[in-house]
Design a protein around this ligand. Structure first.
Ligand code: KG4
Ligand code: ZN
Length: 347
């Protein structure tokens, strides 16, 4: 008997939009049978950020072993798979192409549907998977290394962008500030760890755009403010205090508090403006405990339900592409002519 018989239909999901090669097997009830993520963090660490050419070459090496591991961890074979969901947008063009090409080959060889998935919608769907019940309509915040955006989510497949960063993403700012403070890469977890020993009110840092009436974010000025605290203001001739472990911790805590303030205030405003009573939060930065706590407090005050993706579904993974079931049911399959869409432009 096929291992899949008692599990109903199974979706094979593929995600390769940035620097994680990931594959997962998910059933119709959104139970995750395997969720394999091969991280390239070590390859990009010395550059302090993702190098696109290195990323796509590593995806090429990793994609088949990751697919094999996902199938074997779920104890299924390709014959058991109902459809293949693959993230086709947005992301790095060379990285996306590796996942899509693998998905096309599998669908062609096995005669099964190909289901394109939007990376951001999948990050938000991770909240639906974590909750175990319907969580739409809602305000959606995606906060990661590549994106910091707010969406009006009317359903899993209808997310309208209502605010976004006008410069750096929040995760990118975590990564750059960690580099300035000589902490590790990726910066988020290292800043969070250092911040635990620091005082968030110790060093005054700006909250860019906070008095602006819209829903946009800006983090580059905050990053520059930290640089000035470390290296001094250019041309001022005033040296900064030595970067002792305590000052590093205080800077990390003060930076983290500034990012959290900006994210929480925008979410509160979006809940009010869009008149929603649910907030969905996904993306790598959503793993941050300080952010999770502050959002919980804000939502309680607003009488809103907070649904943050489980930590393993926050950073890039393929299980969140279980959104493919919704698309399959809505008839959103694709032919072999489909291409990747690296930008955020909808088509
Ligand atoms: O969602 P993700 O894995 O990839 C993108 O789509 O970008 O997010 C990665 C980002 C990195 O910038 C990383 O520093 C940040 O998420 N991150 C965190 C934490 N864990 C990961 N930021 C703050 N606190 C964390 N605990
Ligand atoms: Zn992501």
């Amino acid at each position: 008997m096929s291992a899949a018989c008692d599990r109903g239909q199974l979706l094979l999901a593929i995600e390769s939009s940035c620097d994680e090669t990931a594959a997962a097997v998910i059933d119709r009830r959104l139970r995750v049978h395997s969720n394999v993520v091969s991280s390239q963090v070590d390859l990009h660490a010395e550059f302090g950020g993702v190098v696109p050419e290195i990323a796509s070459r590593a995806h090429l090496v990793n994609i088949l072993p990751v697919l094999e591991r996902a199938l074997s961890a779920a104890s299924v074979s390709l014959e058991d798979i109902t459809a293949v969901a693959v993230v086709t947008e947005p992301g790095l063009v060379g990285s996306l192409l590796v996942g899509l090409t693998a998905a096309k080959a599998l669908c062609l060889a096995h005669g099964i549907p190909l289901v394109p998935v939007h990376h951001i919608e999948a990050h938000l769907y991770a909240c639906r998977m974590t909750a175990g019940h319907d969580v739409y309509p809602a305000v959606g915040l995606v906060v990661s290394g590549g994106h910091t955006s707010i969406y009006d989510c009317r359903s899993p497949l209808e997310a309208e962008l209502v605010g976004s960063t006008i410069d750096d993403a929040a995760g990118e700012a975590f990564d750059k500030v960690a580099q300035l403070l000589s902490l590790g890469y990726p910066g988020g977890p290292h800043i969070e760890q250092a911040a635990a020993e620091g005082h968030p009110g110790e060093i005054k840092l700006p909250r860019p755009l906070l008095s602006d009436p819209g829903l946009d974010f800006s983090f580059s000025g905050l990053k520059t403010a930290v640089r000035y605290q470390v290296h001094g203001v250019p041309g001022s001739g005033r040296p900064q205090p030595e970067l002792t472990p305590q000052r590093t911790a205080d800077l990390a805590a003060s930076f983290q508090a500034a990012v959290v303030d900006c994210l929480v205030q925008r979410c509160r405003r979006a809940l009010e403006q869009l008149n929603h009573s649910r907030l969905l939060v996904g993306g790598g930065v959503a793993a941050n405990q300080s952010l999770r706590g502050a959002l919980a407090e804000m939502c309680e005050g607003q009488g809103a339900d907070l649904h943050i993706a489980a930590p393993e579904l926050c950073t890039d993974n393929a299980a969140m592409a279980a959104l493919g079931w919704e698309r399959l049911d809505a008839g959103h399959t694709a032919g072999l002519e489909i291409d990747v869409n690296p930008g955020l432009i909808r088509r």
